[in-house]
Design a protein around this ligand. Structure first.
Ligand SMILES: [Zn+2]
Length: 456
């Protein structure tokens, strides 16, 4: 641990501490006591706070559990707003971008990871799951893990894959796909090298074939076997678009959820990104199996994919969190934006009471933790990881909102970013800026890589 994370810390005098604990306590004038990387107690102004070696003034802020982003593709920060893919639906969007992504190399992947992690952190996110499914030109999951670890984000790295190229009837060009035995061998290597099962783990590996239209049924099955042999989680895209549904019906004679179930992809170690096009019976089955769903509202709007039945999934017992999805289909890694969009999108067909600001923040905290299979993040309570985001309430965006409801105003008014972010007891952001991360240098380097992707 670095100098900033040693010993006991008291975050004190917050305007509000929104715990998202089991009792959903919101503590006015609240404080959070931390020892090392763990929260030891929380309280309101009227509760006596323990002595700490260091104290941090949180006055004028609302403190929330660091947000959990359950689905992303870090490398896609290099191809935001690419003109050919600005107005396309998913399959055409992919066809436009695959050849560009085939130029990804390790320095570009590291730079993209730094940009995504920095943007996530500044939006109040402290844990993210990334899903990279192409590893061209020597890229490895180690590139991403090294960068995320250095910047200090809690990271679930999904070892994604594609194995069915165009010559075999798949969507991606052959240059973007890998041999299935090589995929499984590298996934096992990544788990053995990086996966940490322990409480407060900073790095976990997830087994993550890209989607039913880019890998074989055999790889889906073998991936599930591998993940269960090691006790790690499974993740893939599912039921995102009607094109996918048609493809599944034609190729496999069944709908996406049924295909997943046939391949043993159901249960509390499985999560699906999107799950937009579900029948009521499929919603019930996902709920009964406690399968996870990464809801990506912005991406679903951006690609015109549809509106996921989020309320029904939560009611059925599915684990539901939020994901910003890849930065080429969002084109932002701002988790608070995602919270706002998730709330608004449910209201489009469900009415103004379909989802509240607190409901949606709960998805971004406790919900996301559940999707990633973690009970040590997502709430501010004794025994939880010291992952905390603080938002100042005196900025322009919250004027006239924070005075009425500081917590809900984070969603309705959406401030530009967090002012304080702590991950695992380490202060990463203070005063709205990074303690030690050079944004300007990283953005300049990233722009060079992004240009190279288009004009090699
Ligand atoms: Zn995605």
């Amino acid at each position: 641990m670095g100098a900033l994370s040693i010993g006991t810390i008291l975050l004190r005098d917050a305007t509000l501490v929104a715990t998202f604990d089991d009792a959903e306590r919101e503590l006015a004038g609240g404080w959070i006591a931390i020892d090392g990387n763990e929260i030891t107690s929380v309280g309101a102004a009227s509760d006596p706070a323990p002595f700490a070696e260091r104290s941090i003034d949180a006055s004028g802020m609302v403190l929330v559990p660091g947000f959990v982003n359950t689905h992303h593709h870090f490398y896609q920060t290099l191809t935001r707003a690419v003109p050919a893919a600005q107005n396309a639906e998913l399959f055409d969007w992919l066809v436009a971008l695959y050849p560009i992504w085939a130029r990804l190399d390790p320095p570009a992947l590291r730079s993209a990871t730094a940009i995504a992690c920095a943007e996530l952190l500044l939006s109040g996110c402290t844990t993210a799951s990334d899903h990279t499914y192409m590893w061209p030109n020597g890229c490895t999951i180690d590139d991403e893990i090294a960068v995320a670890s250095e910047i200090g984000l809690r990271f679930h790295a999904s070892r994604g894959s594609m194995s069915i190229g165009r010559s075999k009837g798949g969507l991606p060009p052959d240059a973007c796909v890998e041999d299935e035995s090589a995929i499984l061998a590298d996934t096992a290597r990544a788990i053995e090298r990086h996966h940490d099962d322990a409480r407060f783990a900073m790095t976990r590996i997830v087994v993550a074939p890209c989607s039913p239209f880019s890998v074989s049924e055999n790889l889906m099955r073998e991936s599930a076997n591998l993940a269960r042999a090691y006790g790690v989680h499974l993740h893939t895209h599912l039921a995102e678009t009607l094109d996918e549904e048609r493809y599944c019906l034609e190729r496999f004679g069944c709908r996406p959820v049924e295909l997943a179930e046939r391949l043993a992809w159901a249960g509390d170690d499985v999560s699906f990104a999107h799950a937009v096009h579900l029948s009521p019976a499929e919603v019930r089955r996902l709920g009964d199996a406690r399968t996870g769903v990464a809801h990506c509202a912005t991406s679903n709007m951006r690609l015109g994919s549809g509106i996921a039945p989020v309320r029904a999934l939560v009611a059925a017992g599915a684990r539901v969190g939020l994901g910003v999805d890849g930065s080429a289909s969002n084109d932002s890694s701002h988790v608070l934006d995602e919270v706002r969009h998730a709330m608004l999108l449910q209201r489009v067909f469900g009415g103004a009471a379909a989802m509240s600001a607190r409901d949606t923040l709960r998805l971004a905290t406790r919900g996301g933790a559940a999707v990633l299979g973690r009970d040590d993040i997502g709430a501010l309570a004794a025994g939880m990881a010291a992952d905390i985001a603080g938002f100042r309430l005196d900025g322009l965006a919250l004027a006239g909102g924070a005075v009425h409801d500081p917590l809900a105003s984070l969603v309705f008014c959406r401030p530009p970013g967090a002012d304080f972010v702590m991950v695992n007891g380490r202060t990463i952001v203070e005063g709205g800026g990074f303690v030690k991360f050079d944004v300007a240098r990283t953005v300049a380097e990233h722009a060079r890589h992004a240009r190279k992707m288009i004009v090699p």
